[in-house]
Design a protein around this ligand. Structure first.
Ligand code: FE2
Ligand code: FE2
Length: 183
């Protein structure tokens, strides 16, 4: 039984968004007369708040990390404090993006968007390849069952199917928006 399959699936959508946001940032810097990032930043920020942070990071921080902190689960080292620090660093980049968007500072906005994307790509790589496998090895079957029940409860509370639907649709729209512009 896998306790982290759900979270890895969420990572895939987050990676798609941050990669696209990075492409928007680079395009906008190259074509300051068409600052598409400025027009779309509010949408990216909404995804980050609602899906990456509230939905995904909350599941990690409130559920998975708590289980990983139980005695005997992580025996060699504990990467959780580093992961929490990276979540906070990501929130700082997003706050900077919000400030830059309000002030209409394209360079600052694009710079923080790129930094956020890089941080998240590395962060997700570490979780997928180091932290989650440690959890799969260390958690008992009973703990995994209880953890999956808590995820299911969070999915119900936050209406997971409508969230997925909304952000998969929105991604297609955002991707099309960039593809129609000549590079
Ligand atoms: Fe994380
Ligand atoms: Fe994650």
């Amino acid at each position: 039984m896998l306790a982290t399959e759900n979270l890895m699936k969420e990572h895939q959508l987050i990676l798609k968004y941050v990669d696209l946001m990075e492409r928007y940032a680079k395009f906008s810097l190259k074509h300051p007369d068409t600052p598409v990032l400025m027009e779309r930043a509010a949408g990216f920020i909404e995804f980050i708040h609602e899906f990456a942070d509230h939905f995904h990071h909350a599941k990690e921080e409130d559920i998975l990390f708590r289980y990983l902190g139980s005695p005997g689960v992580l025996t060699h080292c504990n990467p959780v404090p580093q992961m929490l620090m990276e979540h906070d660093k990501g929130r700082e980049y997003v706050r900077n993006m919000e400030r830059a968007l309000q002030a209409k500072e394209l360079n600052d906005l694009a710079d923080n968007a790129v930094q956020y994307a890089r941080l998240l790509k590395e962060h997700i790589y570490k979780e997928d390849n180091i932290l989650y496998p440690m959890g799969e090895n260390g958690l008992s079957d009973e703990a995994k069952t209880a953890l999956l029940e808590e995820y299911a409860e969070t999915d119900r509370r936050l209406n997971s199917p409508s969230l997925w639907n909304k952000y998969e649709t929105f991604y297609t729209e955002l991707e099309l928006g960039l593809d129609t512009l000549a590079d």
